[in-house]
Design a binder for this molecule. Sequence first.
Ligand code: C2O
Ligand code: CU
Length: 464
Amino acid sequence: MPLLSRRRMLAGTSAAALAAALPSRLLAAEAPIAELRPGPGRARLEGPGRAAADLWLFNDQCPGPLLRLKRGVRQTVRVTNELDEPTTVHWHGLRIDNAMDGVPDLTQAPIPPGGSFDYSLTPPDSGSFWYHSHYKGAVQMDRGLYGPLIVEDDSPLDVDLDRMVTLDDWRLTEDSTLDTAGYGNVRERAHGGRFGNVLTVNGREQEILPVPAEGWARLRLLNAANARVLPLTLSGADAWIAAKDGLTTRLTGLGAEPLLLAPAQRLDLLVRTGAPGSSAALNFVSPQETLTLLTLAVGDTLAPERTPTLTPATLPEPDRRDPLRVPLPMQGGAMGGLEGARYKGQAMPLRELARQHGLVWALAGDAGMPEKPLFSVPRGRTVELGMANLTGWDHGMHVHGHHFRVVEWSHRPPLTDGWHDTVLLRPRESVIAAFVADNPGKWLIHCHMMEHHAGGMVTWFEVT
Ligand code: C2O
Ligand code: CU
């Protein structure tokens, strides 16, 4: 269960009292296991000595409360909108019913201020996920409307420490408040997106976690930033990748290069803790600086002897013999040389798209949501999505409702292991993302750099 604030507990009590007075016919829907209240909130992102920033948060928590769902069980999360504008919630990476996917106008009407919506979720996969606003995400997510979500397995990985590590960068002013001046800036959209100047770990500047010696820690990394790709290293201990985008993989050791975590991606690391008194650290590394984000401080006690074992997630394997091949050229942005694109079916020069609609990117020739789907595919058929980054910028491409395998990669060997819901394409790279389209409904494909999404990098497909 997520943490409940006093106010929420009181609300729960009165709801129960109210329920007692209602005829049972109205109570048929299952009781929510949690309630999320997106609304104004505050957090001291730079620590106790500094001013609190005015944010928009779930249940006044930054990040939002950790939701724990059980795999394969139908559970309801109620969202009650306490903002002054509409919102929706998307359950990133959960392969759930289309009607619960939280995409405004495509899968549901936005939840108006004061309104509420019951999301009924039956997650088929265990692992590390997250939820976030999907309404004007570039602003609502930047202001803090997101939170971590774990789907529990019947037999969890046996470790001494299991920790969600939610990372975000915030753009703060000198007085530690949120800099909101740049929202909607088309120039920024056409470049890398909105980068912050303060990096937080679970809403704080850094975390220090005590761990026993010679034990195991599972760190569930999540990049919740709008646009920043995070180069990360783990120093001072042996570590393995245990899951990507939520789904367990074979254990693979970390290479010498920093891990690149794109916005929305998750990476679970399994860390072997060292001798008493030693420490391990998760670091953000850039050419200018190395920041320690999280420290595992090894204590004097020895962990109980155990070997965590992991079963890689099994999903239907794409059948590559006769797939539906869909090219997905990604175009536009600053210095991208794109002259024009379609907007709601009409060809328009890029200058006009930018000036009138703030659109500067295109997917397969369309800037912004096209009226017709990019493709329509009968349920059960394999799709091979040929994403080609023809721009000079990084993009973290996300497919809703499905996890895919990266079966071909222009500049690197394909990933033979692991399932993904978001893949990072560096400039000029292309990949083939293959998946079985087994979830009926209307699903988005978009760049998870939120300013790129707002600037036109979004399309959709239909599984019939
Ligand atoms: Cu994480 Cu379309 O979303
Ligand atoms: Cu992008």
